[in-house]
Ligand binder design. Sequence first.
Ligand code: SF4
Length: 400
Amino acid sequence: MPKTGENALATLLCGADLRPSESPREISLYFHIPFCAKKCPYCHFFVLPDKEALKTELLGALALEWKRNLPYLVGKQIVSIYFGGGTPTRLSPDAFATILEWIAQGPAPIDKECEITLEANPDDISAPLMQTFAALGINRVSLGVQSLDDSHLSLLGRRHSATRAIDAVHTVAQSGISNISIDLMYDLPEQTLDSWKRTLLAVEHLPITHLSLYNLTFEPHTAFFRKKQQLTPLLPTPELSLQLLNEAVQFLTQTAWTRYEISAFAKQGARSKHNCGYWTARPFLGYGPSAFSYWDKKRFRNVAHLKSYAQALQDNRSPVDFTEQLPFPDNLKELLAVELRLLDGVNLHTFQARHGILPPDLLATLQELHTKGWLSLDKDRASLTKQGLLFYDSLAETII
Ligand code: SF4
């Protein structure tokens, strides 16, 4: 085993004076806005039809949840706010003005660099709408582009064409919101390396700052899951799948992009502050049906049902229907596995100061992964090697 690894772990074993730090001041907020024009066949998120009565019901319940959670916010500072869904832009700008006003009037100051992201679909973008959102303080837009190949967009049940998606990106940029992220999917039925290359070339010309890359998965309770047998023969082979991923990584990193997380790429200064919070255990509160939170070392989720969510809040009950608090050291193992998704790796001293001392069996696992060539250990830092990036799921399983 190289010396660096030995030294790093030996130093950590002497770190017994470290104590977990106090609960952090910086927090994030997430709002789940579940409305969509229609359900995409691969989507497993909690989604509702775009109906005015449901929107009114959601806003009323969000107001109650906001009030209920105010005590959590005392002494905190908000560094990122994320409106996800669903398709948040199905809610009117007035509704966002209301929510942003609650936040501004709340006990937690909003950091002056606060990242405020709005998820949107290309077919909903217009210049007046985006200008209104920019004026409200939205400073980042995440667009569900998914592909720039019309045949794939149609197969994915998306309502936009490639041209519409490209126009939407330009419209957002022209409205004064320069921090723009897009989602792209690969491993699609009948996808070829050539069509993927064409998508990547088109991406290069877009005024975007961030890109999240996903492979298609067949999640239970989706239309694609029910058609899995029919679709599976059309999927790229494992070899082609690896080629698609490698092509994207090589193409992007040779241009202006940095791969900073397993599936996220950013241009200079545009790493997602909100998502980095998820990977580094920043506390966040999730509002709305099905929204997750991570707070006080607990993960919890609101019930994924609008009526039950709203009724609980009207009855002055918690809308949470799932809570998980892993015991030590399982919590620490999970946090470490998640933070290792970041290509900068994990400073193990800082990690221990925040979360607690790494137990001997975890140190032995890190040593084993280092010997296997999946983990680099340099001074205090553990990070994925190229091999580790490819086998992240197995690596995370070994750690957890
Ligand atoms: S638009 Fe997004 S959230 Fe809505 S159904 Fe499609 S994938 Fe799901």
